[in-house]
Design a protein around this ligand. Structure first.
Ligand SMILES: CC(=O)N[C@H]1[C@@H](OP(=O)(O)OP(=O)(O)OC[C@H]2O[C@@H](n3ccc(=O)[nH]c3=O)[C@H](O)[C@@H]2O)O[C@H](CO)[C@@H](O)[C@@H]1O
Length: 358
């Protein structure tokens, strides 16, 4: 009989941990033993430490940089060390299955699982697979995808479209609690600015460059990223946070409109909660362009307005928000219909993992 042990991996940014955070409590409830292999220092360590009953194994990691850094010479050694640590843990603990959400820490874990003969399930939440998942693909039995179009980028038969996995707690927020936390009036619409889990300097600058105009129309709650607070801008109707955890459901509950990066988890959360959004995808200069594809796909489906980073300024932001306001009834209708049609992705992914486990 199969044992009920599962290893999760994934990290580097919150987007590579969120899906795991949604799945882990369900597996624990069903009597599985859960271990998480992540880096010793990444955001995954802190996020996973908030869950009871999960064993955390920190391994050495390296990073693929597209620029010169002395670490580019030592990182391959660290990755080798991390792969050995992951291999040894998996060989000793013998889980029935490994679930990987991607991010650079996951590649040596997936490879170590394959060497141990353990089945691997991957999850891809962007429209096109990221580098870590592309490297992991040959060693995986199955891939769960958030976007239907992702299947075209996967080997035939390996991919299943499951839809978006959204943490249950995000739907439990209370508007009044959010307003009280921010000291906002109930009479003004609320604009949430979210720069992705790592913040977004350009987006922050544009928002702050037009703060007077914005706060005339909206109460603005701004999640700006670590070390990005600007206390000189403190005023009524403008509240900044570096990053939020327990408060997020309440902040979302009070939100009428969103300006956000186009990280896939965040945008599907807004879809599910039916928040009309203005998306400012991370540019090709700063990324592989995955957010541009995510945002364009949402735009084609009528869920959002898109403003590309090259065109982003204080002025263009205000104009794009005006367009969003005008289109709001139509967008809200599309979001309502789409969120009602969302499949139970959590249940589907769990079924795929259980089928694959041995
Ligand atoms: C810079 C970068 O590489 N970005 C990638 C990263 O984005 P990023 O890490 O920003 O990921 P997402 O936008 O997909 O998800 C962010 C997650 O963090 C949560 N959250 C965010 C802010 C906060 O204060 N509190 C909080 O809990 C959101 O609710 C969401 O669940 O992974 C995504 C999914 O692979 C990719 O699409 C993005 O391109």
């Amino acid at each position: 009989m199969m044992n009920k042990r599962i290893v999760f991996t994934g990290g580097g940014s919150a987007g590579h941990v969120t899906v795991n955070l949604a799945l882990i409590p369900r597996f624990l409830q069903q009597g599985w033993e859960v271990a998480y292999i992540g880096s010793t220092t990444g955001i995954e360590r802190e996020l996973v430490s908030r869950l009871d009953g999960v064993r955390y194994i920190g391994i050495a990691t390296g990073k693929l940089r597209r620029y010169f850094d002395w670490k580019n010479f030592t990182d391959p050694l660290r990755v080798g060390k991390g792969a050995w640590q992951a291999y040894r843990f998996l060989a000793a603990w013998k889980p029935a299955v490994v679930f990987s959400k991607g991010g650079f820490v996951s590649v040596p874990v997936v490879f170590g699982a394959w060497l141990n003969g353990l089945p691997v399930v991957l999850h891809e939440s962007d429209l096109t697979p990221g580098l870590a998942n592309r490297l992991s693909l040959p060693f995986a039995a199955k891939v769960c995808a958030t976007f239907p179009d992702t299947l075209q980028h996967l080997p035939k038969g390996k991919g299943t479209h499951v839809g978006a996995i959204v943490r249950d707690e995000l739907k439990t927020g209370r508007k009044e609690a959010g307003l009280a936390l921010c000291g906002f009036s109930p009479d003004k619409p609320v604009l949430l600015v979210m720069g992705g889990s790592l913040g977004a300097r350009r987006l922050n600058e544009a928002v702050r460059g037009t703060l007077d105009a914005l706060t005339k129309r909206f109460s603005v709650v701004h999640i700006c990223g670590k070390n990005q607070l600007d206390n000189s801008l403190k005023r009524d109707g403008y509240r900044q946070f570096e990053y939020v955890q327990d408060e997020l459901p309440d902040l979302l509950a009070m939100t009428d409109l969103v300006v956000s990066r186009a990280g896939s988890n965040a945008i599907y959360e807004f879809l599910q909660l039916q928040k009309p959004m203005l998306l400012v995808p991370l540019s090709r200069a700063a990324s592989r362009g995955d957010q541009i594809l995510n945002a364009r796909s949402f735009e084609q489906q009528g869920f959002c307005e898109v403003l590309e980073e090259e065109a982003l300024s204080a002025d263009s932001l205000i104009r794009a928000l005006d367009r969003l306001q005008q289109k709001r009834p139509a967008i809200t209708e599309k979001l309502r219909a789409a969120s009602e049609k969302q499949q139970d992705a959590l249940a589907q992914v769990m079924a795929i993992i259980e089928e694959t486990a041995r």
